[in-house]
Design a protein around this ligand. Sequence first.
Ligand code: G3H
Ligand code: 13P
Ligand code: ZN
Length: 309
Amino acid sequence: MALVTTKEMFAKALVSDYAIGAFNVNNMEIVQGIVDAAKIEKAPLILQVSAGARKYARPAYLLKLVEAAIEDTGLDICLHLDHGEDFDICKKCVDDGFTSVMVDGSKHPFEENIALTKQVVEYAHAHGVVVEAELGKLAGVEDNISVDERSAKFTDPDEAAEFVERTGVDSLAIAIGTSHGAYKFKGDPYLDFDRLKEIHALIPETPLVLHGASTVLREFVDRCNEYGGQIPGAQGVPEEMIREATKYGICKVNIDTDLRLAMTAEIRRFLIESPSEFDPRKYLGPARDAIQRMVQHKIRDVLNASNTL
Ligand code: G3H
Ligand code: 13P
Ligand code: ZN
């Protein structure tokens, strides 16, 4: 049991039809719900921390929480920085003991993205840390652009091959139609599987990463709304599309929104049904259980990763 990189877990996932869940963590209940689920499902696990989560929970607390989770569960866990926007935050996380960092240079022109990624790869590899980069842009419906404009932002397969070759990056996040948050498609959900297959064929040794992969289960949106929430029109990636993607090199699937929905639905329900209760454990406990159920569902039914340790 230790903090591990993604090297071994990706090597196994790349030659199998399953993917590893990378779940965003912000506090103790979320960490506990996720690791308990991974333990029960006997699945490899990536816990990821965004810059916002790092600021909210503070680096020392997050690190100790993950160390505690490893000790408590006996699992090997990868601790990953999600969407590091510059060299400085990636370096800080490497220095703090993260085993994996994402450098997200996707907003920069191709050559600048390469230069930034190379700089992070050089530093991280010298410290035994692996690096994920991103090429292409994850446009959401909120960007209010046409379908053609949207696909123009998708990852170009030839550029992906050149990018990996020139940066030496360990894994690559690609844009094929997913996006962050709860509003992913206006009409029918669409992922560019031809593009994914082409990218995978060109760089078959490179583990690919799918961001914005929450499925935004109706049940949780409805429950939030039933208890006074106002999130109409939310739409995620259909589960079968995620399952399909794991067959073509997608080794890491990022999930945050679904955890937020599961947790918030539970807390909303409790506070509405028990208005005279004010002990936070009374709603944070069930919220933690809701996270656990959601992560078990993901690992078992969506990522096909149960019993893959
Ligand atoms: O991709 C973004 C993740 O969902 C993290 O979101 O920056 O609000 O922590 P956050
Ligand atoms: P969702 O918003 O679909 O959960 O995506 C999370 C993510 O990509 C984190 O990097
Ligand atoms: Zn993301």
